[in-house]
Design a protein around this ligand. Structure first.
Ligand SMILES: Cc1cc2nc3c(=O)[nH]c(=O)nc-3n(C[C@H](O)[C@H](O)[C@H](O)COP(=O)(O)O)c2cc1C
Length: 317
């Protein structure tokens, strides 16, 4: 059927949501965050995966991990505490059982989140994943607050972080995104360390260490006692950290922490984020990411933004 003049105008006006960095083109800047979107494929009946900028897998380790005993989730005021403890099927099972199903879908950007207890663990997990096709990049989780060693230990010490990032960069055959912990005194210093050691991009923030107590039973709400806080409650702090990191490094910054709407995503981009991730919002609305993509399209149209990249770092202070 021939297009009416109105149709043609509408096509011309459609804002360009695509963003490119680290050699990857994302059709829009909305990426589902690690640990909140399974291995992606579980969401295929609910979310049109192809519509998202991409998604990050659950943290993958060299061997399968059972995680912490329950209870390991607790809803807080405007947020959520979790101490899953990186339960996952392991990098090899991910390649054999999940990746082929994702590969059957065209045009889905898959980022593998990588976790280890030691430098060797991280490197070995990356080497296993290097052998598989269909992964766009690695996101190094140096910021998990829910394991007794590894993870956040690397993300809160500059020397350890630099050593780890440099060795993972040497092992990785794909772009390396380093996911920073917010549980530090200076996020700028950690961002600089990641950049100096060769990170292609950084993502932040992971969860803030917190806890909740049941006054009646006098027991912690989470078996691990402490847990990671996420969701809208952390947004203002995450936004400040993304702003500080983006003003410190040259490499792209992926921002996250409490994003639930398109306007939240815009705020992170104004603060300097080249893309955003959406985590906890998926728990109360599994379609949150898709809705944010639609919302961004609308927001850009209504605010006469032709290319979403025009927003990056344009906060007026
Ligand atoms: C249940 C749960 C599991 C998570 N698992 C991981 C993980 O495996 N690896 C990781 O890097 N971050 C993990 N995160 C952190 C999120 O990816 C994200 O950084 C954090 O929740 C902040 O974003 P949000 O407020 O949008 O959730 C997890 C978060 C939640 C709530």
């Amino acid at each position: 059927m021939a297009k009416t003049p109105q149709d043609t105008t509408a096509t011309h006006r459609k804002p360009d949501l695509s963003v490119s960095f680290a050699g990857i083109t994302f059709k829009n800047p909305v990426i589902a965050a690690a640990g909140t979107f399974g291995y992606g494929i579980e969401f295929e009946d609910i979310v049109t995966l192809e519509k998202l900028g991409g998604f990050v897998t659950k943290g993958l380790s060299r061997e399968p991990m059972v995680g912490n005993p329950p209870p390991r989730l607790f809803e807080t005021a405007a947020g959520m505490l979790n101490a899953i403890g990186l339960q996952n099927i392991g990098a090899r099972a991910f390649i054999e059982e999940k990746l082929p199903k994702l590969a059957a879908k065209k045009n889905v950007v898959v980022i593998a989140n990588v976790f280890g207890y030691s430098r060797e663990d991280y490197q070995e997990t990356i080497r296993i994943l290097n052998e598989a096709e269909g992964i766009a990049a690695y996101e190094l989780n140096v910021s998990c607050p829910n394991t007794s060693h590894g993870g956040m230990v690397f993300g809160t010490d500059r020397a350890l972080l630099e050593e780890l990032v440099a060795s993972c960069k040497a092992a990785a055959l794909r772009p390396l995104i380093v996911k920073l912990s917010p549980n530090v005194t200076s996020i700028a210093a950690m961002a600089k360390s990641a950049e100096n050691a060769g990170a292609d991009a950084i993502s932040l923030v992971n969860t803030f260490v917190g806890m909740a107590i049941d006054a009646k039973t006098r027991k912690p709400r989470i078996s691990n006692v402490t847990a990671g806080l996420s969701g809208p409650a952390i947004k203002p702090i995450a936004l400040r950290m993304v702003y500080e990191a983006a003003h410190t490094v040259e490499i792209p910054v992926i921002g996250m922490g409490g994003i639930t709407t398109a306007e939240d995503a815009v705020e992170f981009m104004l603060a300097g984020a080249a893309a955003v991730q959406v985590g906890t919002a998926n728990f109360w609305d599994p379609c949150a990411t898709e809705k944010i993509v639609d919302g961004l399209q609308r927001w850009c149209f209504e605010n006469r933004v032709k290319r979403i990249t025009d927003l990056i770092g344009t906060l007026e202070v």
